[in-house]
Structure formats: structure tokens, C-alpha cells
Design a protein. Structure first.
Length: 225
């Protein structure tokens, strides 16, 4: 077991639990923190600090890692102990943002391809070696729509200045979904949420568990630096 300091880059919905992922500041590698190997997730209450606040994007916190427990689909998974997470600081200094920029995938492919999903089972592509990536989206829009009585929230964007591929991915970041929940159905530019200059924005893209023979790419974290 060891203590690791992690910058949180996603704390998203995963069924009734959460998917918490970030970059270890010692290893500079992605980790997804799980308390249950079977579900690959962690209960929301386990993501809270001693003051009751939940681990938020760009929080640096300390967690005790029991062991790696990665799978073919989620090689970054690590099992955490019951030790309470400790918040250290915010990841908002100039050198922090420089480090964040070094982690960005400039595309145009995300998680091994230009589609919105990967096949599961024996057809799972060997070229996908990770289930988490950070992207700096170009031409970012938010699509809110009603479909069969359910509300759908999607991110539309390109990756890289020369990228011609437009991604259309579901959003699972709870805090960003709060920003979208009172909007009427429609497509909104990212600038809609800001006055003046739009701050640097990154997206944490995560590969889902298998659903109807596919692993879908999800916007698990919206990072406004």
C-alpha cells in the first residue's frame, strides 16, 4: 500500500456510483480510483473529504492505494483502501496548468480511433491501450435535447487545429450537467457560459464499460482552468 497525490480530472456518474480519475503527480500517469473491482467504481460518499466536500475537478488529494486492478478495458484502475481522502490544494498555479497541457492528446484520434465507441469482447481493438485521455476541444458546443421522454446532454467538438473529425459524446460530469439542466433544448456554444474571454477548457474522455457490445467514449470531466 502507498499514499499517492492525485489531481482530480473526473468525478462522474457511473450507474449509482462514481468514476473518479486523475493523474498521479509522482508517476504523471492516469489512475482511476475504484473501491469495488467488480463494478470498477466507487460510492459517492467515499469521494468526500473530512469536511464533507466532494473531490472536485482540479483538487489535489491524497489517497491510499492498495493495488493495481486494471482490466483490458480499464488498465488504469487502482484499488483504494478505506482511508479517508485528504485534500491538499487546488491545481491552479501556472506550473500546474503547464503540466496539464503536457497531458493533452492533440488528436484527431481519441482513445484509439475517431468514432464514438469501441467494440467489446474478442473484437476489442488491441490498439486501445488506455481508457482515459485529456483533450483540448476546438469548436465546442453543448447539445441539450429531449428524446423519448429523457433528457440527453452531449458535447460536440473537434480535436486539434487540423482536425476535421467532429465528436458527439455523452456528458457524465455531474457539475457540468448542473450547468445544463435549466437550459431548454437546443445547441449552445461554449462561450454561452462565460462573459468575455472563454478560459482554457479541457475534457477528460473516458471509455465506458460494455453496453450492447460497445464501449462508449464519454465526457467524464469538464475542466475550466
Amino acid at each position: 500500500m502507498q499514499l499517492d497525490r492525485i489531481v482530480c480530472l473526473a468525478n462522474s456518474y457511473k450507474h449509482e456510483n462514481r468514476c473518479v480519475a486523475g493523474i498521479g503527480l509522482s508517476s504523471r500517469r492516469w489512475v482511476r480510483l475504484v473501491a469495488d473491482k467488480a463494478s470498477g467504481s466507487i460510492a459517492r460518499e467515499r469521494t468526500c473529504f473530512s469536511d464533507g466536500s466532494e473531490a472536485a475537478i482540479l483538487d489535489v488529494f491524497e489517497a491510499e492505494i492498495a493495488e493495481p486492478c486494471g482490466s483490458q478495458v480499464h488498465p488504469e484502475d487502482v484499488l483504494v483502501t478505506d482511508l479517508k481522502w485528504k485534500k491538499i490544494r487546488r491545481f491552479d498555479q501556472p506550473e500546474d496548468l503547464e503540466l496539464l497541457a503536457t497531458q493533452v492528446n492533440n488528436g484527431p484520434e481519441i482513445l484509439g480511433g475517431c468514432g464514438d465507441r469501441a467494440c467489446s469482447g474478442r473484437e476489442h481493438p488491441a490498439s486501445i491501450t488506455s481508457s482515459l485521455e485529456l483533450v483540448h476541444p476546438e469548436d465546442l458546443w453543448w447539445w441539450v435535447r429531449e428524446e423519448k421522454g429523457k433528457r440527453r446532454n452531449r458535447a460536440l467538438f473537434r480535436v486539434g487545429n487540423a482536425g476535421r473529425v467532429r465528436y458527439d459524446l455523452a456528458v457524465t460530469d455531474p457539475r457540468w450537467l448542473e450547468s445544463l439542466q435549466f437550459l431548454t433544448a437546443g445547441i449552445y456554444p461554449h462561450s454561452y457560459f462565460f462573459r468575455g474571454t472563454v478560459p482554457p477548457t479541457y475534457l477528460t474522455i473516458s471509455l465506458s464499460e460494455a453496453y450492447e457490445n460497445f464501449h462508449y467514449k464519454l465526457v467524464a470531466g469538464v475542466i475550466v482552468a
